[in-house]
Design a protein around this ligand. Structure first.
Ligand SMILES: [Zn+2]
Length: 325
């Protein structure tokens, strides 16, 4: 799962050519959704992890007293851990705070593993200008070392460019182009290792260098799914985010079990609604409809966590907003 911070839906559509190539080839589903409110990072990081809107999980701002270091009591990593599945995370330090309930200290927490999360490898950054190229390399290092079932990757490039130059700037567009070029470098490796990609964003970006409100440019974000086996004849794909295939240790065996469940889930999800979802995505992106042999994507940001768990063959807890196919 790749969370491109502050990436507008239209900017992803206009500047990410590698992803378009995959979509044109029928190997990706491309949809858009409106983020929850307020369209701010920390509240929506929490929403993406636990499926609750900010008013429900209570993390309502970015850096006010009481929110720095505030823990998110329920999240998808706990569900993975309960099934013995491992995760790895390369993300901004606010994720560390949400998962650990501790104020981030770079001298102690650079690679710290939040307890009770099943996260076996982590790399947290704290400067907003930490390069996406380095972050992607961090993520790939974690993936190849730990073979996690879920690899969570969180580059900051678009958000930074938007805050400095605005959401209509050439620098903002360039941040999306650069991320697309990085994906062209890494996604073939991830696919070869059996991982699928779910790319989305927390919120968009206004021309006024900020976000937080209900305007379309601040709310509409991409939701792009690129399963590793979409090119295979008859393949149903199905692994959201990332599911390791072929890991050989004990946790790897759990992964294999999960993968079997995923195939079943995907197969049963292939029905008329799948075609409907595909054509709906097509309406928005003005692209050829991908084959219906794909599970429908979430329609709301609050459904993403449950959807990811289901694609990994797991049952989302009652606290997560149900994904309705
Ligand atoms: Zn921001």
């Amino acid at each position: 799962m790749l969370l491109a911070d502050g990436l507008r839906a239209d900017t992803a559509r206009d500047y990410m050519g590698y992803l378009h190539a995959l979509h044109d080839a029928g190997r990706a589903q491309w949809a858009e959704l409106r983020c929850e409110m307020p369209s701010l990072s920390r509240p929506l990081y929490a929403t993406l992890l636990n499926g609750e809107p900010p008013l429900a999980h209570g993390i309502l701002g970015n850096g006010h007293a009481g929110q720095v270091g505030q823990a998110l009591p329920r999240h998808l990593f706990q569900v993975l851990q309960a099934q013995g599945l491992r995760s790895a995370v390369a993300a901004y330090h606010w994720f560390y705070e949400l998962l650990s309930g501790e104020v981030f200290d770079p001298t102690r927490h650079r690679d710290a593993l939040p307890a009770g999360t099943g996260i076996v490898g982590a790399r947290w950054y704290w400067e907003d200008d930490y390069p996406d190229s380095h972050l992607l390399a961090d993520a790939e290092s974690l993936r190849s070392t730990h073979a996690p079932s879920l690899l969570f990757v969180h580059p900051m490039g678009p958000d930074l460019a938007g805050h400095v130059h605005g959401g209509e700037s050439t620098a903002y567009a360039m941040s999306a182009r650069k991320l697309d070029m990085l994906l062209a470098q890494y996604l073939p490796r991830w696919h070869a290792a059996g991982y699928d990609l779910l790319l989305t964003s927390d919120h968009g970006m206004n021309a006024d260098r900020m976000h937080g409100g209900p305007l379309s440019v601040e709310r509409e974000v991409p939701l792009i799914w690129v399963p590793h086996d979409a090119g295979a004849a008859g393949g149903v794909g199905g692994v959201a985010a990332a599911s390791a295939a072929g890991a050989s240790d004990a946790a790897g065996d759990a992964d294999a079990d999960g993968a079997a469940g995923i195939a079943d889930t995907a197969a049963t999800a292939v029905d008329g609604r799948g075609a409907e979802a595909a054509s709906r995505a097509d309406d928005k992106s003005h692209r050829a409809a991908p084959p219906a042999l794909r599970p429908p994507l979430p329609k709301r940001q609050t459904e993403i966590a449950a959807w990811v768990l289901m694609q990994l063959g797991l049952t989302p807890p009652d606290s997560m907003k149900a994904f309705r196919a």
